[in-house]
Design a protein around this ligand. Structure first.
Ligand code: 5GP
Length: 203
């Protein structure tokens, strides 16, 4: 059995990443979402254990100090972290794992070569469209939006080192590109058992 593939996806908030990922997860067999731990408060409609594991700051710091996180970061003033155990168990079951994490966390995953992760960056078509999307979302206060826009500029610069870049202008097109990337990655020869789907020929 081959090990699952680890997909790391980052995007500035408002790039449409959550919508895209929900669609991918709904109709792609063999891929699971890694539910992160966070110290931020749930937004309306978010559920504990589904969108995030909402935990207290002290609990987060304890888990972090115990080495429970594959990666962690402080984003927009809150802590976020990926459970090392949950990801490892899923990959061992030949199931692909999708991490929705920021660029700081993605860098930490990249340093762990043994994970052979694939890095995808989703970008909005322009800064102006990003700003409009954040305002339309209506879930954040103006100063939070301003902070997210400033962060977006820094995050966009990081897109340079990701393996794949998908610009989310038309949702259906971006979705098709993400599906194609996942499919292509699964077909990589080195990811097949013995490097080939066939039993090796005896010499
Ligand atoms: P939000 O609070 O809007 O759901 O997420 C804010 C940012 O935190 C997003 O860029 C999201 O990708 C990132 N994020 C979510 N979970 C994690 C995580 O476990 N680790 C890291 N490093 N970033 C995360």
């Amino acid at each position: 059995m081959s090990r699952g593939c680890l997909f790391v996806i980052s995007a500035p908030s408002g790039a449409g990443k959550t919508t895209l990922l929900k669609k991918i997860l709904a109709d792609t067999p063999g891929i699971s979402f890694s539910v992160s731990h966070t110290t931020r408060a749930p937004r309306p409609g978010e559920r504990h254990g589904v969108d995030y594991r909402f935990i207290k700051r002290d609990d987060f710091l304890r888990l972090r100090d115990d080495g429970a996180f594959l990666e962690w970061a402080e984003v927009h003033g809150n802590f976020y972290g990926t459970s090392r155990l949950a990801v490892e168990q899923t990959l061992q079951q030949s199931e692909d794992v999708l991490l929705d994490i920021d660029v700081q966390g993605a860098r930490q995953v990249r340093e762990q070569n043994e994970l052979s992760a694939v890095f995808l960056f989703i970008a909005p078509p322009s800064g102006a469209i990003l700003e409009q999307r954040l305002r339309d979302r209506n879930s954040d206060k103006p100063q939070v939006i301003a902070q997210r826009l400033a962060n977006a500029e820094r995050e966009m610069a990081e897109a340079a080192w990701y393996d794949f870049l998908v610009v989310n202008d038309v949702l259906a097109e971006a979705l098709a590109l993400l599906r194609a990337i996942i499919t292509a990655e699964r077909c990589r020869r080195r990811r097949q058992p013995n490097g080939t789907p066939w039993p090796p020929y005896a010499p």
